[in-house]
Ligand binder design. Structure first.
Ligand SMILES: Cc1cc2nc3c(=O)[nH]c(=O)nc-3n(C[C@H](O)[C@H](O)[C@H](O)COP(=O)(O)OP(=O)(O)OC[C@H]3O[C@@H](n4cnc5c(N)ncnc54)[C@H](O)[C@@H]3O)c2cc1C
Length: 466
C-alpha cells in the first residue's frame, strides 16, 4: 500500500483521491474547502466527444485551433482519447448530465452540462464518494512541499511534517495572483512557485487566459459564462453596435472587448432575447439580481478578467514532475495539452483524466519513502500579495509589450512578499517578454503576429527557457 498526500480539493484532486483509494492506497487530501475551488465554480461543463456524429479527431482539431498549434500532440490525443473513460467514470458515480451544448471554439455540441452549475455537481458527488470510500480529509493549507535532494517526502501543514510516499499537487492555477478574477482568491499558485524553487520547472507561464465576460460588481466578480453567449446573448457597445462574433475563442473576444474599452466605450452583454434565463443560468441570475440587474430586461456590463492559467508545473504524460515522487494534475500542471490557449470546457476534462491517470501512474510505480530527517521548512509569510496582483493585472494583462513587461519586472523587485509568489509572477513576466510573438492567450502589440520560430513551449526554473 502506498501512502498518498493530495493537495487541493477540486475535481482533479478528488478524482485522484477516489481512484487511488479504490485501488487500495492510503489517501489523505489536504484542502482549503471544497467550495473554495475553481472546480466548484465551473459553470458550463465538461467537453466529451462521445456523442454520435462527433469524434476524437474533431475534438483534437478544435483543441489545436484554440491552442494555436503550440499543443503537445501526444498530450492532446492522450487526454481526448480518454474522454469516454472519464464519461463512464462520472456516470458510474451517479452523475446525470442534463444537456449538451456548443461553446466557443467547439465544432460540435459536446459540452456536457448540468444547469450551468456543472462544477458544483461534479465536486459534490466526487467528495461524497471519496469520503464514503475512506479518503482522509484534512482541512488546512499545505504550506510547503517537503523536498530533499530532488525527492518529495510529503508536505508541511501548520508547520507539521506529514510524510507520504507520493505527493500530488492538485492545488489549481494562479489566477488569484491577478487583481480581477472570477476564480477562488486562494488560487495563488504558491505550490507551483514552491515546486519551482525545489527543482520542478514550470511550463508555458506566459499563457494566462482572460475570460471576456466578467461582471465586476459591488458583491464581487462573477463570470458570465460562454454558455450565455452560446444561448444567443450578443455583445454590444454602449451605442448598441455589435463588434465581434460572440462564439469566437476567448482570446479573440477578450481583445475585441479590450479594444472597445480602450476607445472609451462601455461593453454590455445583451441577453434579453434568451428565454428562461433564470432557469437556464440560476447562479448568474441570482448574482445579477442582487446587483440590481434583471437580465431579461437590462443589459449586463462586462469586462475581461483573469480566468485560467494555462501554464503550471511541467509534467510528462503520466503527470510526473521534475522532482521524484512529486506529481501534479489539473490546472496546477502543464504538459502542453492546452497549447497557447485552452479550449472552453477542456479543463474539467483534463482534471478528470489527469486524476485517473496519476492514480494509475502511482499504482504502477509504487513509490516508497524511507525514514528521513525532516526536510527544510521555511515558514514563508504571504506578505504584500496585493502589490503582486496589481503588477500582474497592469503589466501582464490582455495586451502586452516589452516596455510594460519590463516595468512590471522592475516593480516586482521592490515587493516584499512570499518569494515563491514573486518567482511565479517573474515567470509570467519574463516568459511573456521572451515570447516575441502573439499566440493564443498571449498578445504582444509590439509583435502582433504568430512567428514560426516561437512554435515551442517555454520552461521556467528561475530563468525563462524558450
Ligand atoms: C468561474 C469559473 C468557471 C469555469 N467554468 C469552467 C467550465 O465550465 N468548464 C471547464 O472545463 N472549466 C471551467 N473553468 C476552469 C476550471 O474550473 C478549473 O480549471 C478547474 O476546476 C481546476 O480544477 P483543479 O482541481 O485543478 O483546481 P481547483 O478546482 O482550483 O482546486 C484547487 C484547490 O486547491 C486549493 N489550494 C491551493 N493551494 C493550496 C494549498 N497550499 N493547500 C491546500 N489547498 C490549496 C485552492 O484554493 C483550491 O481550493 C472555470 C473556472 C472559473 C473560475
Amino acid at each position: 500500500m502506498t501512502s498518498v498526500g493530495i493537495i487541493g480539493g477540486g475535481i482533479a484532486g478528488l478524482t485522484a483521491a477516489l481512484s487511488l483509494v479504490e485501488h487500495g492506497h492510503e489517501v489523505t487530501l489536504i484542502h482549503t474547502g471544497i467550495k473554495n475551488t475553481n472546480s466548484y465554480l465551473a459553470q458550463a461543463g465538461i467537453a466529451l466527444p462521445v456523442l454520435e456524429g462527433d469524434s476524437s479527431r474533431a475534438h483534437v482539431i478544435d483543441t489545436f485551433k484554440a491552442g494555436k498549434y503550440l499543443n503537445d500532440e501526444e498530450a492532446v490525443w492522450n487526454v481526448i482519447s480518454k474522454a469516454s473513460e472519464a464519461h463512464d467514470f462520472l456516470l458510474s458515480l451517479g452523475l446525470k448530465f442534463e444537456d449538451n451544448e456548443t461553446e466557443g471554439g467547439h465544432s460540435f455540441p459536446r459540452v456536457f452540462t448540468i444547469k450551468n452549475e456543472t462544477g458544483k455537481h461534479l465536486t459534490k458527488i466526487l467528495y461524497l464518494h471519496a469520503k464514503e470510500k475512506g479518503v482522509n480529509f484534512i482541512r488546512g493549507e499545505a504550506e510547503e512541499l517537503a523536498v530533499k535532494h530532488g525527492k518529495a517526502y510529503g508536505v508541511f501543514v501548520n508547520g507539521e511534517f506529514l510524510k507520504f510516499d507520493a505527493t500530488v499537487v492538485a492545488s489549481g492555477g494562479f489566477t488569484g495572483l491577478f487583481k480581477y478574477t472570477a476564480g477562488s482568491p486562494t488560487n495563488l499558485g504558491t505550490l507551483i512557485g514552491d515546486a519551482m524553487m525545489k527543482g520542478a520547472p514550470a511550463r508555458d507561464m506566459e499563457f494566462v487566459q482572460f475570460h471576456p465576460t466578467g461582471y465586476i460588481g459591488k458583491n464581487g466578480v462573477k463570470l458570465i459564462s460562454e454558455a450565455v453567449r452560446g444561448a444567443g446573448a450578443k455583445l454590444v457597445t454602449e451605442d448598441g453596435e455589435r463588434f465581434v462574433n460572440e462564439l469566437s475563442t476567448r482570446d479573440i473576444v477578450a481583445r475585441a472587448i479590450y479594444r472597445q474599452m480602450q476607445a472609451e466605450k462601455r461593453v454590455f452583454l445583451n441577453a434579453t432575447g434568451i428565454e428562461n434565463f433564470k432557469r437556464k443560468f440560476p447562479q448568474i441570475y441570482a448574482f445579477l439580481v442582487k446587483e440590481g440587474i434583471d437580465p431579461s430586461r437590462d443589459l449586463i456590463p462586462v469586462a475581461p478578467i483573469a480566468h485560467y492559467s494555462v501554464g503550471g508545473i511541467s509534467v510528462d504524460l503520466w503527470y510526473r514532475t521534475g522532482v521524484k515522487n512529486l506529481y501534479a494534475i489539473g490546472e496546477a500542471a502543464s504538459n502542453g495539452f492546452h497549447g497557447a490557449n485552452r479550449l472552453a470546457s477542456n479543463s474539467l476534462l483534463e482534471c478528470v483524466v489527469s486524476g485517473l491517470e496519476v492514480a494509475r501512474t502511482i499504482g504502477r510505480e509504487r513509490p516508497k519513502v524511507r525514514d528521513v530527517k525532516e526536510p527544510a521548512y521555511h515558514g514563508y509569510e504571504k506578505g504584500d500579495i496585493e502589490s503582486i496582483r496589481e503588477i500582474l493585472w497592469e503589466h501582464a494583462s490582455i495586451v502586452r509589450n516589452a516596455k510594460i513587461l519590463r516595468e512590471g519586472l522592475k516593480k516586482l523587485d521592490n515587493v516584499e512578499a512570499d518569494p515563491r509568489l514573486k518567482l511565479l509572477a517573474r515567470g509570467v513576466l519574463e516568459c511573456a517578454l521572451a515570447r516575441e510573438e502573439s499566440r493564443g492567450a498571449h498578445y504582444r502589440e509590439d509583435f502582433p503576429a504568430m512567428r514560426k520560430v516561437f512554435e515551442r513551449p517555454s520552461f521556467f526554473d528561475g530563468r525563462c527557457r524558450l
